[in-house]
Design a binder for this molecule. Structure first.
Ligand SMILES: Nc1ncnc2c1ncn2[C@@H]1O[C@H](COP(=O)(O)OP(=O)(O)OP(=O)(O)O)[C@@H](O)[C@H]1O
Length: 242
C-alpha cells in the first residue's frame, strides 16, 4: 500500500526570536501513507506545515519532496510539485461562488496554462469529489461549517497533489460530520493521495492513521503504530495531560 519515500524532513528547526518552535525534526512519509500528526496546542504542528509549504523558511534542516530539495521554493512552486494543504480556518474568497473558488487557483496558480473551460471542468470534478457540486453556484457565506471544509479540500486537491496536509479539518464538526470528512479523506487516499492529518479529534486520528507522530514543545517524541504510540507513557503525560 505504501511505496517509496515521498517526503523527508531532515533536522528541521524553526525559531521565532529566541523561542524554539521546532527542534531538529526528522520525519519520513511514504507515498500512499495516511499519517497522523498530533500534539498539544503550540507544539509546532502548524509551524512544521508552514515550513513545509514555504510560508516561512526553516532556520535549519531541509525538506526533500519527491526526491527534490524544497529550500527556497515559493509556496506556489511547491504546489506545482504536488504539495497541498488545507488551513485550520477556511479562507475562501467570499465574493466568489463555490465553483469560482476552486477555478481561480487553477487559472492563476502554477498550472495557469489551463484554459478557462478546462479549469472550470476540473474545478467541477473536484467539487463532485468532495460532494459539493450541488452548491457550485452558492457563495461561501451560505455554506455550513462542514461544507466550508469540503470547499477547502476541493481547493487543495484542484492541482492534483501527491501529498495533502489536512490541518484540523475536523475542528468544530459534529460526530456525523467528522465521519463524513473521514470518509472523504479515506477516498482521496484510496485514489492515491498521501495524507498527513493534523488533528485534535482523537477518534478521527485513531481511525485514519496508519502511523502516528507526536510533537511536544517542538520535538518529535513518538513515531510509530498508533496504538503503541498512544499507549506510551510520555505521550499520555505530555499530550493527554495525565
Ligand atoms: N509567526 C509566529 N511568530 C511567533 N511565534 C509563533 C508564530 N507561529 C507560531 N508561533 C509559536 O510557535 C509555537 C508553535 O505553534 P504552532 O501553531 O506550530 O503549534 P500547533 O502545534 O500547530 O498548535 P495548535 O494545535 O494550537 O494549532 C507556539 O508557541 C506559537 O505561539
Amino acid at each position: 500500500m505504501s511505496g517509496e519515500i515521498l517526503l523527508r524532513a531532515e533536522g528541521v528547526g524553526k525559531r521565532f526570536g529566541g523561542f524554539v518552535a521546532l527542534n531538529g525534526i526528522d520525519l519520513e512519509v511514504r507515498a500512499g501513507e495516511r499519517l497522523g500528526l498530533i500534539g498539544p496546542n503550540g507544539s509546532g504542528k502548524s509551524t512544521f506545515v508552514n515550513c513545509l509549504g514555504g510560508s516561512f523558511p526553516a532556520h535549519e534542516g531541509r525538506f526533500i519532496f519527491d526526491g527534490k530539495p524544497m529550500a527556497g521554493l515559493a509556496p506556489h512552486r511547491r504546489g506545482h510539485l504536488g504539495l497541498a494543504r488545507t488551513f485550520q480556518l477556511p479562507r475562501p474568497f467570499n465574493s466568489l461562488s463555490v465553483l469560482e473558488n476552486v477555478t481561480v487557483p487553477l487559472l492563476f496558480g502554477p498550472a495557469r496554462e489551463t484554459s478557462p473551460a478546462e479549469a472550470r471542468a476540473r474545478a467541477m470534478a473536484c467539487l463532485e469529489q468532495v460532494e459539493l457540486a450541488g452548491r457550485a453556484a452558492q457563495h461561501p457565506r451560505e455554506l455550513t461549517q462542514v461544507d466550508l471544509r469540503r470547499l477547502e479540500i476541493a481547493r487543495a486537491i484542484a492541482l492534483r497533489p501527491r501529498l495533502l496536509v489536512a490541518d484540523e479539518a475536523m475542528a468544530g464538526l459534529s460526530h456525523t460530520e467528522v465521519a463524513q470528512m473521514l470518509e472523504l479523506l479515506f477516498r482521496l487516499n484510496a485514489a492515491g493521495t498521501t495524507i498527513i492529518m493534523i488533528e485534535h479529534v482523537m477518534r478521527a486520528v485513531r481511525e485514519f492513521s496508519q502511523r502516528l507522530v507526536v510533537f511536544v514543545a517542538g520535538n518529535k517524541i513518538a513515531d510509530g503504530d498508533p496504538n503503541e504510540v498512544l499507549a506510551m507513557q510520555d505521550v499520555e503525560e505530555a499530550y493527554l495531560g495525565r
